[in-house]
Write a protein that binds this ligand. Sequence first.
Ligand SMILES: [Zn+2]
Length: 138
Amino acid sequence: MINCTRCGAQNPEGARTCSKCGIAFVHQFQAQADAKRAQTGLFIRIATWVVVLVVLAIVGPPAYYKGGLAYFKWKLNHTTETVMRACDGPADANAGPDKKRQIDQCLADSSDLIKAQKDYDNFLKPEDRQATSAAAKK
Ligand SMILES: [Zn+2]
C-alpha cells in the first residue's frame, strides 16, 4: 500500500499516481528504491564479510603456521650462525677434537641458541615435531 503524502489516500502497491488527488508518486518510488538498494547493499556487505571470514578460517591457520614456522626456522638458523661466529666456529678441517668440542660446548651453552631452538620446537605441531626428530635421527 502507498499512502499518498498529499491527501493520505491509500493506493495499491505500484501505483504511479494517487487515485484520489492525482499526485505522482515519484518520491515514494525513489524512497522505496533507495531503501531496497540500502538493504541489498547491507546484505552484500554481510555476505562479503561471511565469505572473507570463512576463507580466513580455512586459509588462515595453515598460512599462519607456515609463516610462523618459516620465521622460527630462519631465526634458529640466523642465531646458529651468529653464535657459531661468536664461538669462533665453525671448526675448519684441520681443527683438533679439542677445538671442535670447545665449539660444541660453546654452542650448547648459548642461551640465545637454546631459546631459538625452544621457540622453534614450541611452535612446531606435535606431528611435525616427531617428523623432524625422526628425520634428525636418520
Ligand atoms: Zn492523493
